[in-house]
Write a protein that binds this ligand. Structure first.
Ligand SMILES: *Cc1c(COP(=O)(O)O)cnc(C)c1O
Length: 380
């Protein structure tokens, strides 16, 4: 017998009470009951995102929210700056290019955090920039970016700040309003503890001013249409309301624990996982690790597929490897959302055994001990 353990940075595990809620009989999406679900979700999302801005619900994966942010705000031929330090940051660039938007790409080495000073210089060089596209947690490299500092820089300009918070929200500190995030884009299947299928976008007054002044070539992802319906806790088209019923339960969990406690739990899990990885003599990939996942380099002489394959075959643990130019070079372990400290300890114990099995020189228990030391010293 093997228990399935989904330790990937999305999709991530879904709690039993959320699953059970979604197994209830289907309701009509224009009923008073459905309106109440959306009303409760709107309040829970605002709390989770730490915003008073409008939060709109889209039936799409997270990428739909990224596309909505761009296509509603920036016209063909206008300019955006993309803070480019990984596979998901590149998605901003690709979506913009698909709409004929001009992209200034500030490239940083994968695994490094973006440098706010370079953005500041670029905004001086390109004062006609309409939007800065950033990533809270770059899932491809396991890196957390300094959004608070970036927000201060962008706030002094006419540009709006759009942030891909898809794997960051619910795992890492993010204060949408006080950090000056104008368009926060989120998806359901990461730290929000739901299956894939919902996208969210929080829109600031500064962003609305641009959106309202622009006749966007958007129909399904038209944010003005979504705002008009959301005033009455409704959506323009049939929402994935079964997922919204689950979302209400997932958000209740976050509200009951408290968002700061949720961030603290992820910080502890992240620090414990990093300590365990380093105790094994493995190298963390990121210079500024994100808190919902940990990425490490595949050690010399070993194969990523062997490590991940054995984790799966022997312990039922699913992890992911690297994307694009990191294929075969790194292993990424997710610990976002429905995870606790013991899940991380178990994951490290499995990794030790798998590495032993593969002939890597390791004293069993060394990673677990290092993680326990972190967890003992941290206040829970
Ligand atoms: C998962 C992820 C995405 C992609 O989201 P989809 O839901 O697959 O569209 C985009 N950005 C980041 C940072 C992610 O982690």
């Amino acid at each position: 017998m093997k228990k399935p353990r989904l330790m990937t940075p999305g999709p991530a595990p879904v709690p039993e009470d959320v699953l059970l809620e979604m197994a209830r009989p289907i309701i009509h999406h224009r009923s008073a009951e459905a309106k109440q679900v959306i009303t409760d979700c709107a309040a829970g999302l605002k709390y989770t995102f730490q915003t008073q801005n409008d939060v709109l619900i889209l039936t799409a994966s997270g990428t739909g929210a990224l596309e909505a942010a761009l296509v509603n705000t920036v016209a063909r031929g206008q300019k955006v700056i993309v803070l480019n330090a990984g596979w998901f940051a590149q998605r901003w660039q690709k979506i913009a290019q698909a709409y004929g938007i001009e992209v200034v790409s500030l490239d940083f080495e994968w695994g490094q955090a973006v440098e706010p000073a370079q953005l500041e210089a670029a905004l001086k060089q390109y004062p006609d920039t309409v939007m800065v596209c950033a990533t809270l947690s770059e899932t491809s490299t396991g890196t957390g970016h300094p959004i608070e500092e970036i927000g201060k820089i962008v706030a002094r300009t006419n540009a709006v700040l759009a942030v891909d918070g898809i794997s960051g929200i619910g795992a890492m500190e993010c204060r949408t309003d006080s950090w000056g995030i104008d368009l926060l884009c989120v998806g359901s299947q990461k730290a929000l503890m739901l299956p894939p299928g919902l996208g969210f976008i929080a829109v600031s007054p500064k962003a609305w001013a641009k959106i309202d002044a622009f006749d966007a070539p958007a129909y399904y992802f038209n944010l003005k249409a979504a705002r008009k319906k959301m005033v009455d806790f409704d959506t323009p088209y049939t929402p994935a309301h079964t997922l919204l019923m689950g979302l209400r339960v997932a958000l209740r969990r976050i509200q009951d624990e408290g968002i700061e406690q949720v961030w603290d739990r992820h910080r502890r899990m992240s620090e414990a996982c990093q300590a365990g990885i380093q105790a094994l003599g493995l190298e963390l990939f990121s210079a500024r690790p994100a808190e919902g996942l940990t990425a490490f380099r595949v050690p010399e002489g070993f194969k990523e597929g062997d490590i991940r394959g054995k984790l799966s075959d022997r312990f039922g643990i699913t992890t992911v490897g690297g994307q694009d130019k990191l294929k075969g070079k790194i292993v990424r372990i997710g610990h976002m959302g429905y995870f606790d400290e013991l899940d991380v300890v178990a994951g490290l114990a499995a990794l030790e055994m798998v590495l032993c099995d593969l002939g890597y020189k390791v004293v069993p228990g060394i990673a677990v001990t290092a993680a326990q030391k972190v967890l003992l010293s941290a206040k829970a």
